[in-house]
Design a protein around this ligand. Structure first.
Ligand code: HEM
Length: 140
């Protein structure tokens, strides 16, 4: 998976991600907004314990970052979540991923204590190829 980012970009992204995740409310605010975004999304999470899901999101964001670095454990993780989100299992439609990323960016912008120009574009550049990979794997 090619993300076209320099090691400097990835380092800047990692420091931003860590500042956001240092805020204990980051994940719960993400899910609160994501579930409110549309009814179909709320239905997907109807049987989910959102307290545990917060830890899942945090771990997952780190692993996506490792995938963006091209590291094996991150890429393996991405393969697994691509499969679990595909039409064969969770059946997440492609348009939900845009909402997922827009929500993540919104919560990042309100959380990031050192927000500056270019950070939103950087976060998008890290996550978009991962999303393309997941949507591509869905086969729907
Ligand atoms: C790049 C974007 C995303 C990442 C990295 C991600 C990551 C994960 C991970 C790691 C899990 C738990 C393990 C697994 O089931 O594989 C999970 C579960 C889940 N995700 Fe995602 N996800 C993403 C996008 C989405 C979107 C767009 C939806 C749309 C509704 C969604 C809905 C769910 C649901 C319903 C679960 C199951 C929760 C449960 O176990 O009850 N995810 N996600």
């Amino acid at each position: 998976m090619e993300v076209g980012l320099t090691p400097g970009d990835l380092d800047r992204f990692q420091r931003s991600l860590e500042r956001c995740l240092a805020d204990a409310t980051f994940a719960s605010r993400f899910y609160a907004r994501f579930l409110l975004a549309n009814e179909e999304i709320a239905e997907k999470f109807a049987n989910t314990d959102l307290k545990t899901q917060g830890t899942v999101l945090k771990r997952s964001l780190y692993l996506v970052m490792r995938a963006a670095h091209g590291l094996e454990d991150g890429l393996d993780h991405l393969e697994r979540i691509a499969e679990s989100h595909s039409h064969r299992k969770l059946a997440i439609p492609a348009h939900h991923y845009g909402i997922w990323l827009d929500t993540l960016i919104l919560v990042m912008r309100e959380t990031e204590p050192a927000y500056e120009d270019g950070l939103e574009e950087l976060w998008r550049a890290v996550f978009q190829p991962c999303i393309d990979r997941m949507v591509g794997a869905s086969g729907s």
